[in-house]
Structures are given as structure tokens and as C-alpha cells.
Design a binder for this molecule. Structure first.
Ligand SMILES: Cc1cc2nc3c(=O)[nH]c(=O)nc-3n(C[C@H](O)[C@H](O)[C@H](O)COP(=O)(O)O)c2cc1C
Length: 205
């Protein structure tokens, strides 16, 4: 009885030690994984957290030195101008030792059917060459637009894998955070399926 108990405890602890969140690549430990995201109303954040739960790694939200206005239309206008002029808003967030990461997830909402300027700042500021880059996105139902294409353009020397996108909020219509309750379960299943398809995590039996 005592022996059985001892065996049970030792099996549990050794499987915990080996736990790499089901990552397929045995040479990639979770501390080589970075998940960077931009989120205004927390939908993209919810996807980032699901990825984190399944893959592990370091989760970092991008914050700006000067946040966008609360007002939606004012933000839309500011983003249009920034895109036209190529302005890259400075980030308050600083990432230590980017060279230590091998796999970088980059998540952002669709803004004007494009990658939001702060994510462009991140991709300009940090050198991701030689790394695997994996984009994800939430949008109001119109799709990611040119966002994933821009990831490829700004990371020409990275291996950019197939991205994940799903419908989040519709701030224009006063619909903010929606990836909760049933929709969170749906999101979790869809994210897992995608992570398995792109061969980041193992298929579960
Ligand atoms: C400035 C701005 C522009 C947006 N433009 C689009 C767009 O062009 N297409 C779209 O589908 N959704 C658009 N949205 C909606 C967001 O992409 C959507 O609500 C997303 O889920 C928000 O993610 P978040 O909660 O992580 O901020 C826009 C939102 C904002 C704030």
C-alpha cells in the first residue's frame, strides 16, 4: 500500500518535471517561447492567454508611452493618420533579451483592416530573424485584412507560420469583450486545433 502510494507520487512528479505543455519539438522548452500581444478591449488578450495555457512561455502585453484615446472614432482617425505617415508609436513595454526566444507569437486586433501601428513598432524595434513567428488576430468579423501579410513583410528572415484569427468584439457598435463563457470554450477548442495543425503542440488522444 505504502509502495503503491510512493510509486504514484514519484510518477506524478516526474511527469510534471517533463511537462513542456505538450510542445512537439523536444528541443524547445517553454522558456524559449514569447507571446506578445496588443489588446484594447481584451479579446486578443483572451486568445493570448489560451495560447499561453497550452504552450507556456512568457506572456507580454504591449503598452504605449502615450495610450490611444478612449473614444473609438478618435482612435480610428489617429490610426488612419499614423498609417498614412508611417508613424511608429513608441512602446512603454521593454522586452529583455529577445535573443533568448526561439518562437514568438504576435497577436493583434484588426485596425482599419491592417496591423495596428504599435505592433509595427514592436516588429521594427525587435529583431526576430531566425526565429519562428506565429501571428494571431481578433477582429469585428471582417477578418484580419492585411495584418498577417504585414507580419511576413516585417519579418523577412523569420519562419512565419499560418496565423489564427477569430471574431472578437465590435467596438464601433459598443460590443467590447466577448471571448468569455461559451465563446471562450469555442475559442479554446479552435486555438488548440490550430496549434496542433501548425505542429506546435501534440494531438491529444
Ligand atoms: C481603431 C479600431 C479599428 C478597428 N478596425 C477594424 C477593422 O477594420 N475590421 C474589423 O473587423 N474590426 C476592426 N476593429 C474591431 C477590432 O478588431 C475587434 O473588436 C477586436 O476583437 C478587438 O480586439 P481587442 O479586444 O483585443 O482590442 C477595430 C477596432 C478599433 C479599436
Amino acid at each position: 500500500m505504502l509502495l503503491a502510494f510512493f510509486l504514484l507520487i514519484s510518477t506524478c512528479s516526474s511527469s510534471q518535471m517533463k511537462d513542456s505543455h505538450g510542445i512537439i519539438d523536444d528541443t524547445l522548452s517553454p522558456d524559449k517561447v514569447l507571446i506578445v500581444y496588443l489588446s484594447r478591449t481584451n479579446n486578443t488578450k483572451a486568445i493570448a492567454e489560451i495560447i499561453h495555457k497550452n504552450v507556456g512561455g512568457k506572456l507580454i502585453a504591449l503598452e504605449l508611452e502615450k495610450p490611444y484615446p478612449e473614444n473609438y472614432q478618435a482612435t480610428v482617425q489617429q490610426v488612419v493618420t499614423e498609417n498614412e505617415t508611417g508613424y511608429l508609436p513608441p512602446l512603454k513595454t521593454k522586452i529583455d533579451s529577445i535573443e533568448n526566444y526561439d518562437m514568438v507569437f504576435v497577436g493583434f486586433p484588426a485596425w482599419g483592416m491592417k496591423m495596428p501601428p504599435p505592433m509595427k513598432t514592436f516588429l521594427h524595434q525587435y529583431n526576430l530573424s531566425g526565429k519562428t513567428v506565429i501571428p494571431f488576430n481578433t477582429n469585428a468579423g471582417y477578418g484580419v485584412g492585411t495584418g498577417f501579410q504585414t507580419v511576413k513583410e516585417l519579418c523577412p528572415d523569420s519562419k512565419v507560420l499560418e496565423g489564427f484569427e477569430m471574431k472578437g468584439g465590435v467596438e464601433r457598435d459598443g460590443v467590447y469583450f466577448v471571448i468569455k463563457d461559451e465563446k471562450a470554450k469555442e475559442a479554446e477548442a479552435a486555438v488548440k486545433k490550430w496549434l496542433q495543425k501548425i505542429k506546435v503542440i501534440k494531438e491529444t488522444l
